[in-house]
Design a protein around this ligand. Structure first.
Ligand code: ATP
Ligand code: MG
Length: 555
C-alpha cells in the first residue's frame, strides 16, 4: 500500500473527513462510487461528481466503482448506460473492476427486506398514494400510523412474498420501514422500501415486479461493495437518517467500518439546466438536436462543441467542493477551455462572413505559397502552408468605407492594414450590390512587406485575417449563443418561455485548404475569431464555435 499522507491538493471538508478517518484507523483506504441513474446523458454537474469521486481516491490508494442505480425500469434505457460509460472514460477516469448494477443485488435487497420484516421493522401497507400523503402529516404535525402498521410478522412475510409473485396490482401496496411517524424528519415517517412495477428491466428482464426505492437500495449497494465514503448532493442530507437506520438494522452490515454518506452542494451553471428531466424535455420537444447538441451542458454536448476532458477536470477543480448551493458563473467554464486551447490549439484562418479583396497590383494567375507557424508561441508544433494571390477573402466586418475613429485598426479606403502572415495592403475602392452591400474591395499591396515592416518607417497597426480564394474551401460555421435568456432558468418550471430563440446562427464561409481533413471534435483557433472544432455529426466541413478568444459576455 502506498503512502497515505494527506495530498497537497486544495483541501475541502471531504478530504478532511477522509484524512481523519484514516488517522483514526477507521479505514485504511478509500472506496467511493459514482452512482448514475441510467435515465439520461451525463451533464456538467455529473462531471463535478465524477471528478470528485474518481479523483479523490487517487490520492488515497483507493478506488471508485461505477454503479448504475437502475431501480426504476420505467425511465431507464441501455442507450443511457452506454453513453454514461463513454463519457466517464472520455473524462479520463476508469472504474474499479466490472461495471456494477444495483439490479445485480436484487436478491440481496429482497433478503434484507425479509430480515427487516422478521425483526418487525417493515410492513406491507395498503394505503393509497393520497391516503399515504394524508397519514404522513406535515412539518408542524406528526403523522398517523397506517392501519397496516401492526400486521403480524408472519402475515407481512406472506404479503411481501405475494407482492414479489405478482399477486397485487401496481400501486395496490408497498413495503414500508417501521420507523417513526412523528419524526421531525419527514423522510423517517415509515419510508417506502419497495413498490410494484410491472415493467421489463434492461438488465433483469421480467424477473421482478417489485423494485426497491433509492433510499433502500443505495446504502445496501454501498455496503455490499465496501464503499467507505458515499458522496452525494445536499438534497439527500435528511435521507442520511434512513441510510444509517437501515445499515444499523441489518446484521451483516452493522459494522464499525460500514459506509457513511457525506453531502456536498450540487453544481448549478448559469444559463443552463442541470436537471436531467429538463434536459430530456429540451430533447423531446426538439428545442435542441439531441442530448449531444453543442448547446447542451451535457458532457457529450461539450465534447461535440470542442471542450477537452482536461478543461472540464480543471473546471471541476476550480469550482471546488462545498456545502453552499450557488449558481456558478459560466465564464469559469469558458476560461477553463480557453486556457487549455490557447496552449494546445493549432492556429488557422477562416473567413466567416466573406467578401472579396482584389489585389490589383498583384499578378493575376500567380499563387504564392507561404510557410507559417501552426502556433506562434510553440515552434515545436511546426508549420503549415497557406497561399496568397490576386484574389482573397476577408471578413465583411474588417472593412469600412470611412475610418470611423482613430481606434479603428482594420481596412478602410486609403488605410493600410497587414494581412496576417502576409503583406501590407491599402484599400482603394469597392463595389456593392443594388442594396448597398459591399461585395468586392480593391486594394494594392506593398511587395516589400512580407514578414517585415514597411522600409520607409510607415506604421501599420492593424492585422486582419484572410483566405486565398482559388484554394479556399467552403465551410459552414455554427455560432452558438446561450440556450437560455435567464441566468437561472431553474426558477421556471416551464422552460419554454426562457429559451433563447437565437441560440444558433449558421454562416457559410471559407477555410484554409489544410483544414479539409480537420479531425472531428479537435479544436482549432481560427485567428481573431475564436476556437472552433469540426462537428462529429455532420457529413461535410461544419465547424462548431467552442468559445470566443476572450470573455465578451461581461463587457
Ligand atoms: P435524477 O433526478 O434523475 O436522480 P440526478 O441529477 O440526481 O438526477 P443521478 O444519475 O442520480 O442524477 O446522479 C448521479 C450522481 O451525480 C449522484 O451522486 C448525484 O448526486 C450527482 N450529481 C447529479 N447532479 C449533480 C450536480 N448538478 N452537481 C453535482 N453532482 C451531481
Ligand atoms: Mg439521483
Amino acid at each position: 500500500m502506498s503512502d497515505l499522507t494527506p495530498p497537497i491538493k486544495s483541501t475541502n471538508f471531504i478530504r478532511n473527513q477522509i484524512n481523519s478517518d484514516i488517522d483514526s484507523g477507521l479505514h485504511s483506504s478509500v472506496i467511493t462510487r459514482f452512482p448514475p441513474e441510467p435515465n439520461g446523458y451525463l451533464h456538467i454537474g455529473h462531471a463535478k461528481s465524477i471528478c470528485l469521486n474518481f479523483g479523490i481516491v487517487k490520492d488515497y490508494d483507493g478506488w471508485c466503482n461505477l454503479r448504475f442505480d437502475d431501480t426504476n425500469p420505467a425511465k431507464e434505457d441501455i442507450e443511457y448506460v452506454n453513453s454514461i460509460k463513454k463519457d466517464i472514460q472520455w473524462l479520463g477516469f476508469d472504474w474499479n473492476g466490472e461495471v456494477k448494477f444495483s439490479s445485480s443485488y436484487f436478491d440481496i435487497f429482497y433478503k434484507c427486506a425479509e430480515e427487516l420484516i422478521s425483526k418487525g421493522l417493515a410492513y406491507v401497507c395498503f394505503l393509497s398514494a393520497d391516503e399515504t400523503r394524508e397519514y404522513r402529516g406535515t412539518l408542524k404535525q406528526p403523522g398517523q400510523n397506517s392501519p397496516d402498521r401492526d400486521t403480524s410478522i408472519e402475515q407481512n412475510k406472506t404479503l411481501f412474498k405475494k407482492m414479489k409473485e405478482g399477486d397485487f396490482k401496481e400501486g395496490e401496496c408497498v413495503l414500508r420501514a417501521k420507523i417513526d411517524m412523528s419524526s421531525s424528519f419527514m423522510c423517517m415517517r415509515d419510508p417506502t422500501l419497495y413498490r410494484i412495477r410491472f415493467e421489463t428491466h434492461h438488465q433483469t428482464n421480467d424477473d421482478w415486479c417489485i423494485y426497491p426505492m433509492y433510499d433502500f437500495a443505495h446504502c445496501i449497494g454501498d455496503a455490499i461493495e465496501g464503499v467507505t465514503h458515499s458522496l452525494c448532493t445536499l438534497e439527500f442530507q435528511d435521507n442520511r437518517r434512513i441510510y444509517d437506520w437501515l445499515l444499523e438494522h441489518l446484521d451483516q452490515f452493522n459494522k464499525s467500518d460500514r459506509p457513511h454518506q457525506f453531502e456536498f452542494s450540487r453544481l448549478n451553471l448559469e444559463y443552463a439546466t442541470t436537471s436531467k428531466r429538463k434536459l430530456k424535455f429540451l430533447v423531446d420537444e426538439n428545442h435542441v438536436s439531441g442530448w449531444n447538441d453543442p448547446r447542451m451542458p451535457t458532457i457529450s454536448g461539450l465534447r461535440r462543441r470542442g471542450y477537452t476532458a482536461a478543461s472540464i477536470r480543471d473546471f471541476s477543480e476550480r469550482v471546488g467542493v462545498s456545502k453552499v448551493n450557488s449558481l456558478t458563473d459560466v465564464s469559469i467554464l469558458e476560461s477553463s477551455i480557453r486556457d487549455d486551447l490557447n496552449k494546445t490549439a493549432p492556429r488557422t484562418m477562416a473567413v466567416i462572413n466573406p467578401i472579396k479583396l482584389v489585389i490589383e497590383n498583384y499578378p493575376e494567375g500567380k499563387i504564392e505559397s507561404l510557410n507559417v507557424p501552426i502556433h506562434p508561441q510553440n515552434e515545436e508544433m511546426g508549420t503549415r502552408m497557406i497561399f496568397f494571390s490576386h484574389e482573397i477573402y476577408i471578413d465583411k466586418e474588417d472593412f469600412i468605407e470611412v475610418v470611423p475613429n482613430n481606434k479603428y485598426k482594420r481596412l478602410a479606403i486609403n488605410k493600410e492594414v497587414r494581412l496576417r502572415n502576409a503583406y501590407v495592403v491599402k484599400a482603394t475602392h469597392f463595389d456593392s450590390d443594388k442594396d448597398g452591400n459591399i461585395k468586392t474591395v480593391y486594394c494594392t499591396y506593398d511587395p516589400d512587406t512580407l514578414g517585415k515592416n514597411p522600409s520607409d518607417g510607415r506604421k501599420v497597426k492593424g492585422v486582419i485575417h484572410y483566405v486565398e480564394s482559388s484554394k479556399a474551401i467552403s465551410a459552414e460555421f455554427r455560432i452558438y449563443d446561450r440556450l437560455f435568456l435567464e441566468s437561472n432558468p431553474a426558477k421556471f418550471d416551464d422552460l419554454s418561455s426562457s429559451i433563447n430563440p437565437n441560440s444558433l446562427e449558421i454562416k457559410n464561409g471559407f477555410i484554409e485548404p489544410n483544414l479539409s481533413n480537420a479531425k472531428i471534435e479537435k479544436a482549432y483557433q481560427f485567428e481573431r475569431e475564436g476556437y472552433f472544432c469540426r462537428d462529429s455529426e455532420s457529413e461535410g466541413l461544419v465547424f462548431n464555435k467552442t468559445v470566443g478568444l476572450r470573455d465578451t459576455w461581461n463587457q
